[in-house]
Design a protein around this ligand. Structure first.
Ligand code: ADP
Ligand code: MG
Length: 836
């Protein structure tokens, strides 16, 4: 039976969605204060009691208004549909307070309006509003105080998941983020549990100066202004000329309201992700010289820095909130994305910034343009890898054109025309290569400035592209009628997955993550190669963006085609999959070339493979270095842990004292996170003390034992000390983990693994080391007891299959050797007569 939920249940369910976190609660209250015209907002939080208090000097509320406050859909900010078109406030639905009230045991609102000397109070107990009364202690001036007690009292699970320190950090970031759009308002945030002032921001001249207050001048100096209007959207703000190591300097707003994790963030990240941390500018006038990225930065993406506000009519979009993101829907996504994109492009051009793009970036944005149309992928990937040719060939126009294509593909020409309005004569040259087909730059590998002819961007309509929720694109399915099974096979060009069911027309545009079965399609089907529409010809047209293409030529030994051939290509058709069981059956034949161990493995079937008495059939080569490195790594990992004396049954990383303690500078945020995680640090083999002066600096007195081993190895070899950079990397890894994932523990930290892998490598058997039979046996035995026997410490394979002895021709007793005597005679004859 379908029944209506009681009103109070409706309210609770809805409230949990509307105000999913304490941060959101704080933000709503602060926005209400700003809407009330406050110039001073004070926030106090007590994370242990789940208490929030917000005090402002805004317009306050009259006794009459107080009667209606906190009741759902009661608002002073909107009274008609027309008002929705022209909103001047952050709120307009009259829902926030009602939601907050229903999630707290006690809420107290006290307010004095500008026209009154009286202060009125309204209490809400367990969501129920009480009668408004006059307070005995009058406020000295107009304003409102809202106190929320015991928030989330009816949501124990959500409450349990709140980490006091991390949530406190998020509230700080939220208040800071809101404050950036309201520089003329002063903000404070106080932690009542610890008594610390977390945020203290006096009035600032503008957003830029607010940024200086929150971060610092050095960071602010790396910002450049942007501003652009496109149709109904106006984008203003600042972009960082350098990247940042995490995404904490990314602020995006629509009409001053903070947005989290939207499609626009994705676009911005794609456009800005390869900005380097420093010196990546292309300073030379001809655009040819590039400063090489520091080596260790090469694989490390940096995050763009931005403070961007999108202004448009409120009827253009709809916002709702989720714990970690804002679900925002724009009527005209293309318009808003294009507006942002053009603004960013203009900025990059003006700042002469070089963005280095890799294959991965290109794929992430537009597989069509850079997957199928580009003729020389390898060339491009190499360039990105070297980073040295970046400025001349992989100029910013790559990123720009890319974005145009995926954001606004259907009207790419508009986008180009529109840009020309925007660009002044100074950037005329740059503008020209924006118009060029990027593929050309790639192929010729030339300085784009040599090309003077604008080439129209291709408007290929054969492949529909649509932006999905995640911002990636999806294209059509290829299809083919497979005569051998009598069915049509559909292949997704993006994922390589195939299936028999016809994808619905909708599905050709939906995210690639839609459930498609991974049906194996035999590449070598019956002789249908001649057929234009054959499956194999489809595969040959299709540039697989995800996987390496399977070999297109194979010989099917089971069909008798291969009878005349001397070598049967067996493994192409029946690729071997090693299992751990097989490794147990491994028997050493001999060491080969002082590099490999030739072994026999029983690869016949999974179950019997473990029975070591069965003869091995598959001849494999074990890389002696890779194998030993793996064995050593697993032993080292095990030895890196000791029993935790503070927690029975638990393990922690062994540590070693370092004297004098390492002095390490960290950011303020890192400092706060590390301060709050002392016990956690101990488990990580660290002992950290903090500077008494409160400076963002710490002293590391103990580090994981393996770091010291690595250090002494390096010093012994006469190389410079490595301990400090390693510990810095380790601390950063851990603070980032903490920030992003919370206090999750368990796995071996990456930095420790890297150090152990390097130790494992250095002590391992090398190529050219002769091994006795016994040594070979014990190496193979140790390898078989490893958890990941198939790869070395760095992930390279340790075992390769050579030949299945079952397929060797047993009849052929003696092998045919070349007849050297005959050859010599022929050679002599050729010398005597041949060259005359
Ligand atoms: P909305 O902000 O969408 O109107 P809220 O539930 O957040 O809805 O607030 C309801 C109403 O309460 C507001 O419209 C406003 O009139 C009043 N109000 C809330 N907070 C304050 C405040 N700090 N100062 C003055 N009035 C407030
Ligand atoms: Mg509100």
């Amino acid at each position: 039976m379908i029944k209506c939920l009681p009103t109070e249940v409706q309210g609770k369910l809805r409230s949990g969605v509307a105000i999913p976190s304490l941060q959101q609660c704080v933000e709503e209250l602060v926005l209400n204060s700003i809407d009330a015209g406050a110039t001073c907002v004070g926030v106090r939080i007590d994370m242990e009691a789940f208490k929030v208090q917000v005090i402002d000097n805004g317009s306050g509320m009259t006794a009459e208004d107080m009667e209606n406050v906190g009741i759902r859909y009661h608002t002073s900010k909107c009274s008609s549909v027309e008002d929705l078109e022209n909103l001047r406030f952050h709120g307009f639905r009259g829902e926030a307070l009602a939601s907050i009230v229903s999630l707290a045991t006690l809420v107290e609102m006290s307010s004095r309006s500008r026209l009154s000397v009286k202060t009125h109070v309204k209490l809400f107990k367990d969501g129920q509003g009480m009668a408004v009364f006059e307070s005995e202690t009058a406020r000295p001036s107009a304003g409102t105080t809202v106190i929320i007690c015991n928030f989330f009292h009816n949501m124990p699970v959500r409450r349990k998941r709140v980490d006091v320190v991390l949530e406190g950090e998020r509230i700080r970031q939220r208040v800071e983020a809101v404050s950036l759009m309201h520089p003329s308002v002063s903000f404070t945030l106080k932690n009542d549990c610890t008594g610390t002032m977390m945020v203290q921001l006096p009035k600032a001249r503008d957003t830029y100066h607010r940024f200086v207050q929150i971060h610092n001048l050095a960071r602010a100096e790396k910002l450049g202004e942007i501003s652009h209007t496109h149709k109904q959207f106006e984008v203003t703000g600042y972009l960082g000329k350098e990247g940042h190591y995490n995404n904490s300097l990314q602020y995006l707003y629509v009409n001053d309201r903070l947005l989290l994790k939207t499609r626009i963030h994705k676009l911005l990240n794609c456009l800005l992700r390869r900005l380097s941390s420093s010196n990546q500018k292309n300073d030379s006038p001809d655009g040819t010289s590039v400063i090489q990225r520091p080596k260790h930065k090469r694989n490390q993406d940096l995050y763009g820095v931005y403070i961007i506000n999108i202004k448009c009519s409120c009827s253009e979009y709809d916002i709702c909130l989720e714990p970690a993101k804002t679900l925002v829907e724009f009527k005209d996504w293309d318009g808003v994305l294009l507006c942002i994109e053009v603004a960013v492009k203009a900025f990059l051009r003006r700042e002469r910034l070089v963005s280095l793009f890799s294959q991965e970036d290109l794929d992430c944005v537009s597989p069509k343009v850079f997957g199928t149309e580009r003729t020389d992928q390898k060339d491009e990937t190499e360039m990105a890898g070297q980073g040295a040719i970046g400025a001349s060939t992989l100029d910013i126009s790559v990123g720009m054109k890319l974005a145009s294509d995926f954001v606004h593909r259907r009207s790419a020409v508009d986008s180009v025309c529109l840009e020309s309005d925007l660009i002044d004569s100074r950037t005329d040259e740059a503008q020209r290569y924006d118009l060029m087909d990027v593929t050309q730059d790639r192929v010729h590998g030339q300085n784009p400035q040599n090309h003077k002819v604008p080439v129209e961007p291709s408007l290929d309509s054969s492949c529909k592209h649509q932006l999905d929720e995640d911002g990636s694109t999806c294209s059509d399915w290829l299809h083919h009628y497979d005569t051998s099974v009598g069915k049509t096979v559909y292949i997704n060009t993006k994922t390589g997955l195939s299936r028999y069911e016809e994808p619905a027309s909708e599905e050709t545009r939906v995210p690639c993550t839609s459930d498609v079965s991974n049906m194996a399609v035999s590449v070598i089907s019956e002789m249908d190669d001649a057929n234009e529409n054959s499956l194999s010809s489809l595969y040959s047209k299709w540039k697989n963006p995800v996987f390496v293409r399977p070999p297109t030529v194979g010989v099917d030994i089971s069909s008798g085609q291969a009878d005349g051939l001397a070598v049967k290509i067996h493994s192409i058709l029946f690729p071997y999959r090693f299992s751990k069981n097989m490794i147990h059956s491994m028997k050493v034949v001999n060491q080969v070339d002082k590099k490999f161990l030739a072994c026999l493995i029983n690869a016949r079937d999974g179950d019997s493979a473990a029975q070591t008495d069965t003869e091995g059939n598959l001849l494999v080569l074990v890389d002696q270095h890779a194998a030993h490195e793996r064995v050593r790594l697993e032993n080292l990992v095990e030895d890196s842990y000791e029993d935790d004396p503070d927690a029975t049954g638990a393990k922690r990383l062994c540590s070693s004292t370092i004297l004098p303690p390492l002095e390490i500078s960290v950011t303020e945020e890192e400092l706060r996170l590390l301060r709050s995680s002392q016990p956690h640090l101990k488990n990580l083999g660290l002992e950290v003390t903090f500077s008494k002066t409160g400076a963002p600096q710490l002293f590391v007195g103990k580090v994981p034992l393996c770091f010291m081993e690595k250090e002494s190895n390096e010093l012994r070899r006469g190389r410079p000390s490595v301990i400090k950079p390693i510990v810095e990397e380790y601390l950063r890894e851990q603070t980032e983990l903490l920030r992003v994932t919370g206090r999750v523990t368990g796995t071996l930290p990456l930095t420790v693994l890297k150090v152990l892998a390097s130790l494992a490598c250095h002590g391992a058997i090398k190529f050219n080391d002769t091994l006795s039979r016994d040594e070979c046996h014990s190496l193979v035995a140790s390898l078989s007891s490893c958890q990941l026997p198939f790869q070395c410490a760095h992930g390279r394979p340790s075992i390769v299959p050579l030949v299945d002895v079952l397929h060797l021709d047993k009849e052929q007793k003696d092998f045919q050797k070349p007849n050297l005597q005959k050859l010599r005679r022929m050679y002599k004859a050729w010398e005597l007569y041949g060259n005359k």
